[in-house]
Design a protein around this ligand. Structure first.
Ligand SMILES: O=C(O)CCC(=O)C(=O)O
Length: 288
């Protein structure tokens, strides 16, 4: 890995933690549409630096994955590695950064956010579609104040399978009981056919944020390069654990919220508060 001089390292930290200006228009767009794409959130230099560590982690942890032709539709969609922040100090710096966490809090109009988990999603060259789905089907939590930051680590044109959103679908009730599968793709394609879709490519530095109940998918990667993406799922800092409604939620509860009782705030060591306006106000008062 390229070693950073101390000045570069402090620049990275500054960029990871300093605020990105979220406007009232951004918040209104997110509230109305259930997602937003923001350009120039992170610099090319910062993304190149963390891409190296994330890609190394993905390569190590997915070695031995079955060949594409032997996988299910879900398995063909991407290589998926969760909570890399617990395995690499470099990836941890990226995941605990305050800039994206604060955008998440601003868009959800909450005081602060915790990490639910991170996940690297690498759609390999020749990788298949990511079927239509809503993430919140998987999450045993008590409110819809959940948002995923989807961070492409390279320019992601349409041919690479960028994330595509069904606008305003976060209020749509049909299909909320479907896990990611061929069935969810077929059922939701039909059910969502009257909605507007946003499926354009992402520039390097552009980041999208989508709500837990917003339906989304991605096309195949028809290029000869992997589509490398890091994601962080943020939840309201006072989110409590709900009784799991399906086997996937049961699994999530055990893996991502260890030791938390039903009805308790999801405050396990895996779910640190990453941004809190209250903590920010206290520390600036102390500086004043
Ligand atoms: O990256 C993908 O193809 C799918 C991502 C996704 O579904 C998500 O981040 O919620």
């Amino acid at each position: 890995m390229t070693s950073l001089s101390p000045i570069d390292a402090s620049n990275l930290q500054e960029e990871l933690d300093s605020p990105f200006h979220v406007t009232d228009e951004h918040i209104a767009f997110y509230r109305e549409n259930g997602y937003i794409k923001l350009k120039h959130v992170l610099s090319a230099g910062l993304l190149a630096h963390y891409r190296e560590a994330i890609s190394r982690g993905v390569a190590e942890l997915t070695a031995g994955t079955a060949p594409m032709e032997q996988r299910t539709t879900y398995g063909k969609a991407f290589l998926q590695v969760m909570n890399l922040w617990t395995k690499s100090d470099v990836v941890r710096e990226f995941v605990v950064g305050k800039r994206l966490a604060r955008i998440a809090a601003d868009l959800m109009e909450t005081k602060g956010v915790r990490l639910y988990h991170d996940q690297a999603l690498y759609k390999e060259a020749g990788g298949g579609i990511t079927p239509w789905h809503a993430d919140q089907y998987y999450w045993p939590v008590s409110s819809d104040k959940m948002v995923t930051a989807w961070v492409p680590l390279q320019d992601t044109p349409h041919e690479m399978g960028p994330l595509a959103f069904c606008e305003k679908s976060h209020r749509f009730q049909i299909g909320r009981d479907l896990e990611i599968s061929e069935e969810s793709e077929i059922t939701l394609k039909e059910a969502l056919s009257t909605f507007s879709m946003e499926g354009s490519g992402f520039e390097l530095g552009e980041v999208s944020f989508h709500a837990g109940w917003t339906f989304h998918r991605a096309g195949p990667n028809s290029t000869d390069r992997p589509r490398e993406v890091m994601t962080m799922i943020y939840m309201d800092e006072s989110m409590t654990l709900a009784t799991p409604k399906n086997k996937n939620q049961m699994n999530d509860m055990e893996c991502w919220c260890p030791g938390i009782g039903i009805g308790d705030v999801v405050a396990s060591p895996l779910n640190p508060v990453l941004y809190s306006s209250q903590a920010e106000a206290t520390s600036s008062n102390m500086r004043a």
